[in-house]
Design a protein around this ligand. Structure first.
Ligand code: ANZ
Length: 927
């Protein structure tokens, strides 16, 4: 029988489904291992060959770990709330739930075709009410919690209320809004219910507040910073503007330090860790107050270079700073207002990106330098951002490049403060630069100046050491339909949670998936949708990241309707041991999910500070586009003639993308091309050597470039095992690489060779029970060792070539010994699960599956060279080679050598006088 991938693969996929081969339970003696893929958003386009790259790697690892005796949790699900299904609903009126269901079914079919070993009994869908019930429940816990800096963890809001009731606000050290009130216990107790709620909202981890948001009018929603790329929406590329709105937010900043510290404990790619560090953006510095006597107030600045304070020659506020209007003098008002008007159009990102343009306005007001008492001018400029630090800076033209350009432009003083040419050098403790013109720090080094300055400022009540984070609280709401409803209703303008037993709060039906006429989100259309028939529900829904911020926990116990996952399940599976996914989630999903994880830990729901121990970013598979060259006529218009790549320079042509599925080894299928587009039906071709050769280019895989390769087509032609091996063979997992089908036949041939090892020339299954030779054992143990090492270091591509070498060796050795082949297929199984299942059953494991076989133990003895081919000389003349075991004693060697028929022939009847034997080197016979 020939290798027939179609029947074999269908048979085993059916077998796995029927027997629930990969269903995982917690009741086992085996050690646990949790392998997670970033779950997909089920888009309408289905999977292309780039998508499964990471899934194949994680599946290989999961299958390998099972063979190594682990109880492996390897689940899959769908991140199924989101914009595309809703956009489609707006266009067609089709309910997003239906589109989502159709897409999920398609995804499932495609995933099944690849032979993944998922435990499908644990599937989750974030848009399923039984799932989002718990997303809503987590939201409720966040709303009912505050962050206690003293215990450095989140606590129930009740502990805060208790503190307020017994001691008022004094002694409370919380992460909160800035405008919290100070009050005594007595004052608190007489606050109205509304006042209390209003105050508590400033502490809650899920809270409402007015914030400047990225508003995308075309999508009708607010977007997170990481969903805005170069000032336009990541999805669709629509314009995004800055707008003030009441918004749900998550106090992720409370966790900034822990999010940073945790990075030291995980095994993640360094660039990703670096991106998170930058995103969190911890800055150690000082806050310094510049008194403004005229208004009886102070301007507080944040600086990382308090050592440069004697070089301050002016102060700059962000145009949005709350003091601007009060500070501005009448003569400067027109200037200042004009400037504010001008900069309000720029987004924060534009403002940060522009380091060249110098613009600003003088307020007419002055502040006092806290240490010299001198008057310094107060300016506004858009290089100072309202949302960072305090929204104000002390400007040091001799130290800071932007301040320098500003001073030059507006002719403001520049005070040199270091004896070093370069201010950076002055701050570098190893360079030992000293300050000049610098008050009491004159002559000091950086290391001496900073503590002295902080101490002096503190004594004056005008400054203190401060740590600042770049990270902001995360906006948590979208004005869209297809998301989780927020379990909140409003009474007297204040938000209240619905009761826990009322969960899930179901997404109501609406007549259209558009904002209401009055600009409310689509949920405003839901008729009669009121809490207790009376109170308005929150009308925005949760953002895309809500459901994905805890899904790995749900997989641990997906059907539980009493809690998000039972304590036993969570204690057993603990954290994800291996997480594979794309690097595009570096600062979104991977920060939010770490945050929710830490929060749930604080509340005692589990014990893991970090949810993902090891993480790998798979590279992208790019498309390999094919081009034809259309000949242009004299007027430059396209004709119906197409010229092959090698001849194209003789004509005036334009390149056109052509569907890669009608190109084979860069040769165009002419008939296929005539059918590709109606206007090509009578195309004529200028061929070279009888063929039309296409041009090629590596580009992103996308429909518009006609370079999308569907895994289903590859599987149909070559099988899933070939696809799996081939995707790994393309190169290191982490690297991006172009899809190129040219090498796929080689991998297919390899699998046929594997098959033939088990079959005789007539194609009958035939293995021998004979004891293998040393050479056969050696080939086997080389691969056992190599693949184990490769998989343990996630180097999947190198295993594939090792398999090929091994199978070639065994083929050359004509090896069909059971003892070798049976172990070989266990080693190959993670990569090519179907063919190895089939061969395993042919070997007589009739009822079983290879999935839980034992990975063979490597025996180093087989790799030790145990024989040596000695050159045998007679009277110093080399005559022949003779292989002998290396552990023979000289006496035995002599006996064997002299008894050898070939040696006797060379001796030609003469008696040997002496035999010289050097172990592992030579044998010389003297006659
Ligand atoms: C004086 C100074 C002198 C500064 C010097 C730098 C160099 P990071 O590391 O990013 O935290 N800054 C503070 N708040 C700002 C805001 N809202 N918008 C724009 N810039 C702001 O940088 C902190 C430094 O960035 C602060 O230290 C401040 O300028 C500026 F030779 O203060 B520095």
């Amino acid at each position: 029988m020939d290798y027939n991938h179609r029947t074999i693969e269908q048979k085993w996929q059916q077998f796995w489904a029927d027997h629930q081969t990969f269903k995982t339970s917690e009741s086992t003696e085996k050690p646990k291992y949790y392998v997670l893929d970033m779950f997909p958003y089920p888009s309408g386009a289905g999977l292309h060959v780039g998508h499964p790259l990471g899934y194949i790697a994680s599946d290989i690892f999961s299958r390998y770990k099972r063979l190594k005796g682990f109880n492996v949790l390897h689940p899959m699900g769908y991140d199924s709330f989101g914009l595309p299904a809703e956009q489609y609903a707006i266009q067609t009126g089709q309910h997003p739930a239906i589109t989502t269901e159709t897409n999920i079914n398609r995804y499932r079919e495609q995933l099944d075709n690849i032979g993944f070993s998922y435990d499908w009994s644990r599937e989750v869908r974030t848009s399923d009410p039984s799932y989002y019930k718990w997303t809503q429940w987590i939201f409720m816990q966040l709303f009912d919690a505050w962050y206690n800096k003293q215990t450095d963890q989140a606590e129930s809001i009740n502990t805060l209320i208790n503190k307020f009731e017994s001691n008022g606000s004094s002694g409370v050290s919380a992460v909160s809004d800035e405008d919290v009130r100070t009050f005594t216990a007595e004052e608190w107790r007489v606050y109205s219910e509304e006042d209390k709620q209003r105050e508590l909202l400033k502490y809650r981890l899920a809270y409402l507040r007015e914030s400047t948001v990225n508003w995308c009018a075309a999508l009708g929603t607010v977007l997170a910073n990481d969903e805005v790329i170069n000032g336009v929406s990541e999805r669709g590329g629509y314009p995004v503007e800055q707008k003030k709105m009441m918004q749900w937010s998550m106090r992720i900043t409370a966790y900034a330090d822990r999010l940073l510290k945790g990075l030291d404990t995980v095994d993640w790619p360094e660039p990703l860790v670096e991106m998170q560090r930058n995103w969190i953006g911890k800055s150690v510095g000082a806050s310094v107050k510049f008194p403004v006597p005229q208004l009886d107030t102070v301007i507080e600045v944040f600086t990382t270079r308090v050592d440069t304070i004697f070089g301050v020659s002016f102060v700059v506020l962000a145009p949005e700073h709350e003091l601007v209007s009060a500070l501005t003098t009448e003569t400067q008002r027109a200037d200042v207002e004009g400037y504010i008007e001008k900069t309000s159009k720029k987004s924060e990102l534009d403002r940060m990106a522009d380091t060249k343009t110098v613009s600003g306005a003088f307020t007419g007001a002055y502040a006092k330098h806290p240490l010299t008492d001198e008057n310094v001018q107060i300016w506004i400029a858009d290089y100072v951002l309202a949302g960072y630090g305090t929204g104000a800076v002390m400007a040091v033209p001799s130290g800071d490049q932007r301040d320098y350009l500003f001073a030059k432009h507006f002719n403001l003083p520049i005070i040199p403060i270091s004896d070093s040419q370069n201010i950076e050098e002055a701050a570098d403790p190893t360079k030992d630069g000293r300050y000049i013109n610098s008050g009491f720090i004159n002559g000091m080094t950086y290391g001496e100046a900073v503590p002295a300055l902080i101490e002096r400022l503190e004594r004056l009540g005008l400054g203190k050491a401060k740590v600042n984070f770049r990270m902001r609280d995360a906006i948590f709401g979208r004005q869209r339909y297809w998301g989780e409803p927020v379990p909140v209703y409003f009474k007297n303008g204040l938000p209240y949670l619905i009761k826990e037993e009322e969960l899930p709060l179901l997404l109501p039906e609406v007549d259209k998936y558009l904002p209401t006429e009055t600009g409310e989100p689509p949920l405003g259309r839901a008729e009669g949708w009121k809490y207790q028939d009376e109170y308005e529900y929150e009308l925005s829904t949760m953002p895309g990241w809500a459901g994905s911020s805890w899904y790995w926990l749900r997989y641990m116990d997906p059907q539980n309707d009493q809690t998000f996952a039972s304590g036993e399940a969570v204690d057993y599976w603990k954290a994800v041991d291996l997480y594979i996914g794309g690097s595009e989630h570096a600062t979104g999903h991977l920060l939010y999910s770490r945050f929710w994880n830490k929060f749930l830990k604080d509340l005692g729901y589990h014990n893991e500070e970090e949810p993902f121990k090891k993480l790998i970013n798979q590279g992208m598979i790019q498309g390999r586009s094919s081009f034809v060259y259309r000949v242009l006529d004299e007027e430059g218009k396209g004709t119906n003639r197409f010229v092959s790549l090698g001849l194209k320079d003789e004509y005036n042509t334009v390149p056109l993308h052509v569907d890669v599925n009608i190109v084979h080894h860069d040769v165009l299928n002419l008939e296929g091309f005539r059918k590709f587009r109606p206007d090509f039906s009578d195309a004529e071709f200028i061929l070279e050597n009888g063929k039309y050769i296409c041009g090629t280019e590596v580009e992103k895989m996308s429909k518009s470039k006609f370079n999308v390769v569907n895994p289903d087509d590859i599987i149909q032609q070559f099988g899933a095992d070939t696809l799996r091996l081939y995707e790994m063979f393309l190169g290191p997992l982490e690297q991006s690489k172009p899809w190129n089908t040219n090498g796929i036949e080689g991998v297919y041939k390899f699998l046929r060779k594997v098959w033939r090892l088990f079959h005789d020339a007539e194609g009958n299954f035939h293995v021998s029970e004979e004891e293998p030779t040393k050479a056969e054992y050696k080939a086997l143990h080389k691969i056992i060792k190599k693949v184990e090492e490769d998989i343990e270091r996630f180097s999947f591509n190198t295993s594939v070539s090792a398999f090929m070498i091994c199978v070639n060796e065994l083929t050359d050795l004509k090896c069909n010994k059971r003892k070798i082949l049976q172990e070989l297929i266990v080693v190959l199984h993670p990569y090519a699960p179907h063919i190895t299942e089939e061969l395993w059953s042919l070997l007589g494991h009739a009822a079983g599956t290879i999935s839980y076989a034992i990975y063979p133990a490597f025996n180093p003895d087989y790799l030790v060279e145990s024989e040596f081919a000695y050159p045998v000389s007679v009277n110093g003349k080399m005559k022949m080679n003779l292989s002998l075991p290396l552990d023979l004693d000289p006496k035995t060697v002599e006996e064997i050598v002299l008894a050898n028929v070939d040696v006797q022939r060379y001796l030609d009847g003469k008696a040997a006088k002496k035999l010289i034997f050097v172990k592992g080197k030579i044998i010389n016979i003297v006659v």
